[in-house]
Structures are given as C-alpha cells and as structure tokens.
Design a protein around this ligand. Structure first.
Ligand code: NAD
Ligand code: ZN
Ligand code: ZN
Length: 343
C-alpha cells in the first residue's frame, strides 16, 4: 500500500510502498477514506515536542484523524463487521485497568498507545487498529466530515465541557484553525457569547460565519486592552500553536476565569504569579478525549449542530499541506484522501 512516512524529524515525509498491515485477533484492518492533517502532526514531524521524541515510532506513518471502512477483522472481534464505517482517534489503545482508565479519563491512560505517534496512523491507504477503540460513524456524516472530529472536534468538545462552559458566559477562542473553528461552534451551541482572535482576516470571517459575536485581530497593538474592555472572559481557550497567543490569552481571563490550555507550542508558557493570584486565575489543560467524548462530538455533528469546514487533498500532496499549515494558510481542516490515485 502507499503511505507517507516520517523517517527523520524536520524532513519532508516520503511517499513509499509499504506492506499492508495484518490485524491481530482484536484488531481491524481499515481502508482509510479520509485522514485530517492536524497541527500536532506538524509538531511531531518537526520534533517540536522534545518531551515526546523518545516515544515516536520510526519510521512512522503519521495521522490520527481517521475515518474509513472495515475491510478485515481479527478472529476475536465481535463488535464490528466488515463494511462498517469507523473513526480512529489519537487515543489508539488504553489498558482499561489503570486509575485513569477506571475513573473515566482513559485519555490519560498510563499505558496508552497513540495513533500516528507510537503506532502507525492514517497517512496511508490502510491501517490496523483495535476494534475496542474504533467508533462507528453516524450514517449522516461522510468520511471527510467525520475525520477531523477524531481529534480537532473531540479535543475542543472535551475541553469546553471540562470547564463547564455555560449559557451567558463569555468565551474567547484564540486561533480559528482546525480546532478553533470547531471551538467557536461548540461555544455558541453551549450558549456562550464567543469572541474569536486570529491573525488572518479570512479566519475571523469564518468565526463570524460560525456564530462568533465579535472578532479581534491578534496583530492589534492594543489587543490586551480590547480583550479586557468587556470585563474579561470566563474562559479563554488557546487553540493556536503559537506561544504569542498565550501571552495575550492570559490577560483575557476575568478574575476567577480560566485559561484553557489546548494549543501546544514547543516553547514553555510563563505568567506573572502576582496577577494570577490577584485574579485567582485558573489554568486548566485538556488532552484530546475519551471514546465517550468521541461519541458525543459525532452525535453533535450528526444532529447538524457542528460542521467542520473541510477541503480534501490527495495523499501525495501531504508535504505541501504541512507547509501551508505551518504558515497559517489553511482555513478549517485539510483532509487527505489516500484512496485517490496519485495520477
Ligand atoms: P491550525 O494551524 O489549524 O490552527 C491554528 C490557528 O492559530 C491558525 O488559524 C493561526 O492563524 C492561529 N494563530 C497563530 N498565531 C496566533 C496568535 N498569536 N493569536 C491567535 N491565533 C493565532 O492548528 P490546529 O490543528 O487547530 O492545532 C492547534 C494546536 O492545538 C496545535 O498546537 C496542536 O498541536 C494542538 N492540539 C492539542 C490537542 C490537545 O489535546 N491538547 C489536540 C489537538 C491539537
Ligand atoms: Zn489505562
Ligand atoms: Zn490532532
């Protein structure tokens, strides 16, 4: 099968013919119909997350926003059939036994495997994955629509539910990219008054189209004053991959407000303790989501309350897509279609 391989950090992916994986007894072989290109894939390819470098498989097939069809199943698989449409998320496999698995936080499992990081992912015509962690895709969603929900969607869905964002609260969304444009919609659906902040005018226009009541240009020299003008925000979620967004977002939180850490720049973030204490600012981080969160976000999309802005590209264009993502030139999410022939 054809796959895009990461052989070395900071080098382009290489399209190669590799053997089609053989599913184990509890696994599925899935024909990948769509795989979203998440900014995390770029962080991984660039070796940005030095803390994670040791666990990255080499060579690696990246990609963790996968939607496809079951074409083969292991002898022990009972919950899914050949032909079923399923999604495979970042959380690839969990132990089911550690204290985090048992307390409803399997996304924090101590023994977890990660799709497109510790095991091969979806930048390929096929992948294998445990049937236990494959979620059926509702019939009303296409593979292209469902794929980005496996990471971008589930991540912001969990994050905004974790902080119990409620009707009437003010939400600031920093970064209106793959994650951010979905965060705007989930914020609106939860009844919050949403302000979106980004560097690009077209992204701000997208946020408006998805229900943001206000937008602010991240390049404005008076951004912090503008953010604080309305009394600050109950929740300021950062879905940007840039540290600069955090530098502004901290000042957006009202007293007792929450800075919600989701975007994962390589640099450390740092805030003045006196201002954290003076406002009793809460800082909370959120990591992707559980299978229950995946079902929740798929249901929301199937009910027409969440829509990912997608454009599709063939697998062999993956390096140009990553380059466009690096420069902030992608609106919504690009989804690779590995079954499209490479001419
Ligand atoms: P993206 O590139 O699609 O979107 C990022 C957006 O941030 C872009 O629209 C860009 O214009 C904007 N931006 C850049 N600088 C900004 C600034 N100073 N202020 C405001 N906006 C700014 O990326 P994505 O795929 O949405 O991923 C975003 C981040 O979230 C990445 O760091 C990724 O690794 C991380 N992520 C975290 C989790 C998690 O579980 N915590 C899960 C998935 C992705
Ligand atoms: Zn576990
Ligand atoms: Zn992701």
């Amino acid at each position: 099968m054809r796959a895009a391989l990461l052989r070395d950090f900071k080098s382009p992916l290489i399209i190669e013919e590799v053997p089609r994986p053989t599913p184990g007894p509890d696994e599925l072989l899935i024909e990948v119909e769509a795989c979203g290109v998440c900014h995390s894939d770029l962080h991984i390819a660039d070796g940005d997350w030095t803390q994670l470098a040791g666990i990255v498989k080499k060579p690696l097939i990246p990609g963790h926003e996968i939607a496809g069809r079951v074409v083969e199943r292991g002898a022990a698989v009972a919950n899914l059939q050949v032909g079923d449409r399923v999604g495979i998320p970042w959380v690839h496999r969990t132990c089911g036994e550690c204290e985090f698995c048992r307390s409803g936080n399997e996304n924090l499992c101590l023994m977890q495997q990660i799709t497109g990081v510790t095991v091969d992912g979806g930048y390929a015509e096929f992948l294998k994955a445990p049937a236990s962690h494959a979620t059926p895709i509702p019939p009303s969603l296409s593979a292209l629509e469902a794929a980005p929900l496996m990471c971008a969607g589930v991540t912001v869905y969990r994050a905004l539910h974790q902080v119990r964002l409620s009707p009437g609260q003010r939400l600031a969304v920093f970064g209106v990219g793959g994650l951010g444009h979905l965060a705007v919609q989930i914020g609106v659906a939860l009844g919050a008054e949403v302000t979106a902040i980004d560097l690009a005018n077209e992204k701000l226009a997208l946020a408006k189209a998805f229900g943001a009541s206000k937008t602010l240009d991240a390049r404005s020299p008076t951004l912090i004053r503008e953010l604080r003008a309305g009394g600050g925000f109950h929740v300021a979620i950062v879905t940007s991959a840039s540290k600069t967004a955090y530098d502004a977002a901290f000042y957006a939180a009202r007293p007792t407000g929450t800075l919600l850490v989701v975007g994962l720049p390589a640099e450390n973030i740092c805030f003045p303790p006196i201002l954290m204490a003076a406002g009793e600012i809460r800082i909370r981080a959120s990591a992707v989501g559980t299978r229950q969160d995946v079902r929740g976000v798929l249901e929301m999309a199937a009910a027409g309350r969440l829509r990912c802005q997608i454009s599709s590209r063939p697998l062999h264009e993956v390096n140009s897509v990553l380059e466009e993502l690096r420069h902030g030139r992608i609106s919504g999410r690009v989804v690779l279609t590995p079954q499209t022939p490479s001419t």
